[in-house]
Write a protein that binds this ligand. Structure first.
Ligand code: ATP
Ligand code: MG
Length: 258
């Protein structure tokens, strides 16, 4: 089974059906880029994978584990909070806003969850945190507070913080869209390295060159459905669906005339 196996996922908020039967498979070590207009359900779908939202229908497996539920004879029973927390621990998430603790240094931000959640020793947690800071190019800023770091640096700390839990899967929700343009590249470079190292990733992004170079699969969502999915050379290079074509040409013209 793929690392992520989502089948017919549905989700409504009140009477608004936001996900209308999403299927997605992500093999181990693969990168999927998720594109789509505002409101198409990208964030909601990531949050469903990570159990920040409950789903109304369908199933999501991550590494052969059914997320959020136990299946007894085809009937779903919600897992206990503790069991859900254990599942969520295996998944790293990076948001548009970095959400670092402002009163903790970069290093302290990274050791926090392994110490508190996994009960790791100070030494183990700090050693890994330093390696991760090095990996994201910030070893020399380990004692800096978030306010002393640029947006790009803060986002790299946020990535290191997610990696500190040694996740099986990383979810990124527009990780560069809150950054000044000149800081986007350094964050994408870290994500590219992570992909090369074999991390399984689902990335919501409108950075087309990243999607083209790094994604194994590009998924275009609109109105809560997957409109088109496939290798970037097809979905970005030669989209078949008119909605995909319209979205990409709008994105291109925004890029040229921001
Ligand atoms: N907690 C919530 N309560 C009610 N409606 C919600 C909630 N979260 C999302 N929605 C609605 O669900 C729809 C999809 O939202 P979602 O954030 O998943 O879209 P998106 O594709 O991530 O958009 P964007 O590109 O703007 O981030 C929107 O209509 C949104 O208003
Ligand atoms: Mg979103």
């Amino acid at each position: 089974m793929p690392l992520v196996h989502a089948v017919n996922v549905t989700k409504s908020f009140h009477h608004n059906e936001v996900l209308k039967g999403i299927d997605l498979d992500v093999d181990r070590g693969q990168v999927v880029c998720l594109l789509g207009p505002s409101g198409s359900g990208k964030t909601t779908f990531l949050r469903c994978i990570n159990q920040l939202e409950t789903i109304d229908g369908g199933r999501i497996w991550v590494d052969d584990e059914l997320m959020g539920y136990a299946d007894r004879d085809g009937k779903l029973y919600r897992l206990k909070n503790k069991e859900i927390a254990a599942q969520r621990r295996e998944i790293g998430m990076v948001f548009q806003r970095f959400n670092l603790f402002p009163h903790k240094t970069a290093l302290e931000n990274i050791v926090e969850a392994p110490r508190q959640v996994k009960g790791e020793s100070k030494k183990t947690a700090r050693e890994r945190a330093m390696k991760l800071l090095d990996r994201v190019g910030l070893a020399d800023r380990c004692n800096a507070y978030p306010a002393q770091l640029s947006g790009g640096q803060q986002q790299r700390v946020a990535i290191a913080r997610a990696l500190a839990m040694q996740p099986k899967l990383m979810l990124f929700d527009e990780p560069t869209s809150a950054l000044d343009p000149e800081l986007v590249g350094e964050v994408l470079a870290v994500m590219r390295e992570l992909a090369l190292d074999g991390m399984t990733m689902i990335v919501v992004t409108h950075e087309m060159s990243f999607a083209r170079d790094v994604a194994d699969t590009v998924v275009f969502m609109d109105g809560g459905v997957v409109v088109e999915a496939g290798p970037p050379k097809d979905v970005i290079g030669n989209p078949q669906h008119s909605r995909t074509q319209a979205f990409l040409s709008r994105l291109r013209s925004e890029h040229e005339h921001p």
